[in-house]
Each structure stands twice: as C-alpha cells, then as structure tokens.
Ligand binder design. Structure first.
Ligand code: ZN
Length: 506
C-alpha cells in the first residue's frame, strides 16, 4: 500500500465519521424536540400529576352500541376527555348529545366559578361509558364521569344512565320498564345484596344509608337493562362514605316477574307510556343568572314558626315543597348537603330566588362528633364553596347531621348551630298523616320543625299542613327571620332549637 492510498483511506474514514456524527446529533435533536411537543400536548407536569391522582377506572365497552365519539381538549391547565356512543339513530343520538352537552356545561360552569381568584387553577373532565343492548329494541348507556378542580379537595365522581327504546327512539324511565309497587322490591333486594359485603354491611345501620336506599324514585333513577337483569347504580356518597365509591346492584328479572313490563327478548310488554318530561326539563340546566331573592316582611308581633328541610336538594321532592310554600307565600330553611348542590343546582337556585334560607348540613352527612377537626373544616368549607359558586350567598347557619354535637364540634365550627323543637320523624314513618299529626295542633309560636325534602310522604304532608298552618295564623318564616324577630342574635358555636316568645310578662 503506497502513501497516497493510505491518505485516501484516512480521508474516507474521516468523511464517514463526520456523516455518522451529523446523523447521531440530528437524531438526538429531533427526539428532544419531539418530547417537548408531546409535553405541550398533554399539558404541564402538574396536570399529569393531577391525572395520575384521579386514577381513571377502566370502563369495559364489551357490549358496545354503535361507535365511539370523543371530545378531547387539552391545554396547559385544563383537560377534557369525553367519550360517548353514536348509535346511528338520529332521535337517540340527539338525546345522547343533549346529555353530553349538559355534562360539558356543568364542567364549564364549574371552571368559570372556581377559577375566580385562582388564575392557576387546573381542571379536568373525564367521561367514559359502558353500554348494554337487549334484543333489537333496548339499549342502555351508563356514563361514568369525573370532574376535578384543583381548588377542591376531591374530584367529583358521578354515574348516570340513559335507557332507550330504539324502535320509537324514546328514552325510558323505570316506570316504563317496571309496573306496580316495585320500589320496595328493588330496595329490599339491594339491601340484601349490599349486605353480602362485610365492609359495606357495617355502614348500613345509618340514617344516611337509609336515606340513600329508601324506596323513592330518585334513588333508583340510574339503571341499565341487561338481557336478564336490571342494574341499579348508586352514586358515590349516596349510601356510604366516599371511600366506598359508587355501587351497583344487579337484580335478575326472575326476582321481578310480577313487576316487569318487558320480556327477555327486549320487547316491551305493554303500550309505552310517553317518556317522562326529563328532556323538556333539560334546558333548565343552563339556568341564566340567578335572580335576587324575593323578600317579604315579617310581623314580629304575630305568631310564627320555622319549617326546616334537611338532606336535599332533590330533583322531584324539593320542587313540590317549593310549589306549596310559594302558593301560600311561605318561607322555609333548607339545610342542604354540599355533595348534592352541583347536581341540583337549578333547585338550589330556585330555593334562593324564592326567598328561602339556605343552611349547611355538611358536605356528606357524617356525624361530626366522630370525625376530627380537619375533616369537620372540610365538611363545612367545601359546602360553602360549592354553594357560593352557584348562588351569591354562603350559609350562615349549620344543622349538624343527626343533631350530633359535643364541645369539640361547637368549638371548631364557625357558625351558629340550629337544632329543632319539633321532630316530625318523617324519615321513620314515611307516612303523610303521621307527619301531619306531629305538627298540627302541637306546634307553638317560635317552634323550629324538622323535616327532610327527600321523601314523597314529606311533600304530601306539606301539601296538607302548610295551608292549615297559614289558616291558623302562623307566619312561616326562615330560621334567621325567626331568631331576628325574637331579637336573638345567633353567635358562633351557639345552639338554637326554638325561639319561644318571652315577652308574656308584659
Ligand atoms: Zn340529615
């Protein structure tokens, strides 16, 4: 090999080396850039942490109807991931679309409300679904929804359902599927089934569980149909503490044979009743701005009582009570649960606009004597936050669940505490006449009356007794109006259960 050849070889090697270096570095550059852009797409690190925290459940779509549509939106702080079915039947798809629009509206409203004063708030909406088809007639969609706002301590989880008759494109309620007095049957089956879980069984001996599982339509409104069973979905916090999450109970048709309106091939056995008005009610969800509450003077010299309603708002019962109150120009106090106000925001707004008092009944109804000060604060503050983002008001009064109080609770709550002087025991009797008997003829000037706006028997009792109380000369006022008229200034940690007039010595 001569010198010239060696030089040529080394030049070739140098050239190859240079090409290699150029290639490797451009690959490194490209990868780095790529990584950056994918980070931009998924949002910043905090958002990813937020997503990890939520821990999305895997939803199986084994029996999927139609195809899946998705809405995906991500920016630095906000992430939307919504999946829903498209069935290919126009009337059904538009009802699914309405449902999705409602969820998006609720999320956007929350985002707008909670971000006031929190420019760096992060938010997230996630919706996925499962579906069931029975025969060629019936389809059920079960929506699982999580909404997270970083200013709140916990993401909100919801489950909701839509069941369709694909033939006439109508949405079905439970009344379209079952007949007769079916609610007690569903209730007792669900209780038995849930009690099979030892951990759940231990939490079943509570007022809270009894409220959530009571044979009332709205407790059983989330359902889906399988070939041989009906599935009832109970939302997180409906029956148990939040850590238990949502529950579902599958009830075989064989347990419901006397009550079924469908056969196993998915055919409806009886002529379809027109669907419930749920669709017509849908636009009410997009309630415009909240109106100023109506005001009404109170005559301090005349007898008065304060009706109070705990554990609401509810979709069907609260509006009935509001109707009868409004008909008689009466006011009441609603001690609401924080975990219900977002779902029934239109009902809460109506309570406010019609001049009723909104009190707090905590976020998820724990016995305050059994939780620590930090949890008590959460129960109170979370409720205040949620209410004040729906109406321009924050509760001043608190009614402790079960009336449970001790010195530690009194010391840690920054609100006056309201109990009652007349207990209708409406949750126990669920009987219109028994509720009326506890009040009419017994109630005195200054009494505070305890009821719950989640039982139809309570609404029925109100329809009977409110006209009678007004006729007997009682003014029906809010708790704050009652205390004020009797010149009682409620103090933080003070307990008030009546305001009996003490000027009889005059
Ligand atoms: Zn309660």
């Amino acid at each position: 090999m001569n010198k010239k050849k060696i030089r040529l070889h080394s030049r070739l090697i140098l050239l190859l080396l240079m090409i290699l270096i150029l290639g490797v570095s451009s690959v490194i550059f490209f990868t780095a850039n790529n990584k950056k852009s994918s980070e931009g797409l998924n949002g910043n690190k905090n958002t990813q942490e937020l997503m990890a925290q939520i821990n999305f459940p895997a939803v199986s779509r084994d029996q999927q109807i139609g195809t899946t549509e998705s809405i995906m939106n991500n920016d630095d702080r906000n992430s939307v991931s919504v999946h829903y079915p498209s069935v290919g039947i126009e009337g059904v798809d538009s009802q699914i679309q309405n449902k999705v629009d409602q969820i998006l509206q609720q999320y956007n409203k929350g985002k707008k409300g909670y971000s006031v004063g929190h420019d760096d708030m992060e938010s997230e909406l996630w919706v996925d679904y499962s579906s069931y088809v029975v025969g060629d007639n019936l389809a059920s969609v079960v929506y699982h929804q999580k909404m997270n706002f970083s200013v709140l301590a916990n993401p909100e989880e919801r489950v909701s359902t839509q069941v369709f008759n694909l033939k006439n494109q109508k949405e079905l309620s439970l009344d379209d599927v079952l007949k007769g007095n079916y609610l007690p049957v569903l209730c007792s089956y669900a209780k038995t089934k849930l009690a099979e879980d030892e951990q759940l069984k231990q939490q079943m001996d509570s007022d809270f569980f009894e409220h959530g599982i009571a044979p009332e339509k709205e407790n059983y409104s989330n359902f889906a149909l399988k070939k041989d069973a009906i599935i009832i979905y109970f939302e997180k916090y409906q029956l148990f503490s939040g850590s238990e999450g949502e529950q579902s109970v599958e009830i075989p048709f064989s347990e419901l044979s006397d009550y079924l309106k469908i056969d196993t091939s998915g055919k409806l056995l009886e002529a379809m009743a027109p669907p419930e008005t749920s669709q017509q009610q849908a636009p009410a969800q997009s309630t415009p701005d909240v109106k100023q509450p109506e005001t009404q003077p109170v005559d301090a010299k005349r007898p008065m009582i304060a009706l109070t309603f705990d554990d609401g708002p509810s979709r069907t019962i609260t509006p009935r009570i509001l109707d009868i109150l409004s008909k008689h120009n009466a006011r009441a106090t609603f001690f609401v649960l924080g975990n219900r106000v977002d779902s029934y925001s239109d009902v809460l707004q109506r309570e406010y606009e019609e001049g009723h008092e909104i009190g707090s009944h905590t976020f998820s109804h724990p016995s305050l004597t059994k939780i620590n000060a930090e949890d008590i604060n959460y129960q109170i503050n979370e409720t205040d936050t949620r209410i004040s983002h729906l109406i321009p008001y924050s509760p001043t009064l608190l009614r402790p669940p079960y009336g449970a109080l001790n010195d530690a609770v009194k010391a840690s709550i920054q609100k006056p505490l309201v109990l009652w002087s007349v207990d209708t025991q409406d949750w126990k009797s669920r009987d219109r006449d028994k509720i009326v008997q506890k009040v009419i003829g017994k109630v005195q000037d200054g009494d505070i009356i305890l009821m719950h706006d989640i039982y139809s028997s309570t609404a029925e009792a109100c329809e009977v007794m409110i006209p009678q109380l007004v006729e007997q000369g009682f003014q029906l006022v809010t708790v704050s109006e009652l205390l004020q008229s009797r010149e009682i200034t409620p103090t933080i940690g003070g307990v008030y259960s009546e305001a009996i007039r003490n000027n009889t010595k005059e």
